[in-house]
Design a protein around this ligand. Structure first.
Ligand code: NAD
Length: 265
C-alpha cells in the first residue's frame, strides 16, 4: 500500500499504459482520478477499477485544451480536496508524418497534445501542492523516441525530448516546495497504440528482433517504475529519466545484425 490515501491523477488512463498505471495505483491504496478524452474506455476502466475496491473519480477531458484541464483540477479539488501525485501519460501515441510532408497544423496538434498538456497539467498540480504546502510527485511519460528517432515521427520525438528537458527544469524549480518531477520512458509496450499500428504477428516479430530482452513491455512494467517515482521510496529522487525498454537504448545494433550472437542453450 505504497500510495495509501494519496490522491493520484493519471491522464490517458482509459486504456494502455495509463490504464495499467491506474490499476497498480488502485492496488497500492491510492484515491484515484482517471482522466481520458475517450468516454467509452474511460467508463469501462472506471467500472473495472472500482471493482478493485478503491475510490475512483473518472473525468472526461481533452488535455490538448486548457479549459477542460482547469475543469479537471476543479473537480479533483471539489471531490478529494488535494492532489499528491500527477502522472502525465495522455498523448497521441503514433502520429506519423514524414518530415517533408508534415503540415504546420499537424506539428501544432502533436505539440499541444503531447507537450503543452504536460506543462498545463503540471502547473495546475504544482500550484495546488505549493499552496497547500504539501510535498508531491509528478511523473511524466516520455518515450525512447526522446533519445532515438522513430521514422516519420519527428513531432512526437520532439515533444518527448521536450518532456525530458521540462522534467529536469520542473524538478529544479519545484524542489524548494518538495515537489519532485521525474519521467519514465517506455520502450515498445503492448498497448492498443502498438497492436493497432502493427496488426500482424510478422510486423511485431520484426520489431521484437530489435529488443535485447526479446519481448514487448507490458503496461505493468511501466507502472512499476512510475509507482517508484510516485511513492516515498523515491523521496530523494528528482529530475531523473528511467527507461523501461527491454534494453533498446543501451544497444548499438540489433542482435540479428551481429556476427557473433551467443545464446543460452
Ligand atoms: N506503447 C508504447 O510502445 C509506448 C512507447 C513509448 C512511449 N509511450 C507513451 O506512453 C503513453 C501511453 O501510450 P499508450 O501506448 O498507452 O497509448 P494508447 O493510445 O493506447 O493510450 C493513450 C490514451 O490517452 C488518451 N488520450 C489521447 N489523447 C488525449 C487527449 N488529448 N486528452 C486526453 N486523453 C487523451 C487516449 O484516449 C488513450 O486512452 C503515451 O505518452 C505514449 O507516448 C508508449
Amino acid at each position: 500500500m505504497r500510495l495509501k490515501d494519496k490522491v493520484a491523477i493519471v491522464t490517458g488512463s482509459g486504456q494502455g499504459i495509463g490504464r495499467g498505471i491506474a490499476e497498480r495505483f488502485a492496488q497500492e491504496g491510492a484515491r484515484l482520478v482517471i482522466a481520458d478524452k475517450n468516454e467509452t474506455t474511460l467508463h469501462k476502466a472506471e467500472a473495472e477499477l472500482k471493482a478493485l475496491g478503491g475510490e475512483v473519480l473518472a473525468v472526461q477531458v481533452d488535455v490538448s485544451q486548457s479549459d477542460p484541464i482547469a475543469a479537471l483540477f476543479q473537480s479533483v479539488l471539489s471531490t478529494f480536496g488535494t492532489v499528491d501525485v500527477l502522472v502525465n501519460n495522455a498523448a497521441w501515441a503514433v502520429p506519423t508524418a514524414h518530415f517533408l510532408d508534415m503540415t504546420e497544423d499537424f506539428w501544432d496538434t502533436v505539440l499541444r497534445t503531447n507537450l503543452k498538456s504536460v506543462f498545463l497539467c503540471s502547473q495546475h498540480a504544482a500550484r495546488i501542492m505549493a499552496d497547500q504546502k504539501k510535498p508531491g510527485s509528478i511523473v511524466n511519460i516520455s518515450s525512447f523516441g526522446a533519445l532515438r528517432a522513430h521514422r516519420e515521427m519527428s513531432a512526437y520525438d520532439a515533444a518527448k525530448g521536450g518532456i525530458e528537458s521540462m522534467t529536469r527544469a520542473m524538478a529544479v524549480d519545484l524542489a524548494p516546495w518538495r515537489i519532485r518531477a521525474n519521467a519514465v520512458g517506455p520502450g515498445l509496450t503492448a498497448t492498443p497504440a502498438v497492436t493497432d499500428y502493427l496488426p500482424t504477428p510478422e510486423q511485431q516479430k520484426r520489431l521484437l528482433d530489435t529488443v535485447p530482452l526479446e519481448r514487448l513491455g507490458q503496461p505493468s512494467d511501466v507502472a512499476a517504475a512510475v509507482l517508484f517515482f510516485a511513492s516515498d521510496d523515491a523521496s530523494y529522487v528528482t529530475g531523473q529519466i528511467l527507461y523501461v525498454d527491454g534494453g533498446v537504448v543501451a544497444q548499438l545494433r540489433p542482435a540479428v545484425m551481429e556476427r557473433h550472437h551467443k545464446r543460452p542453450q
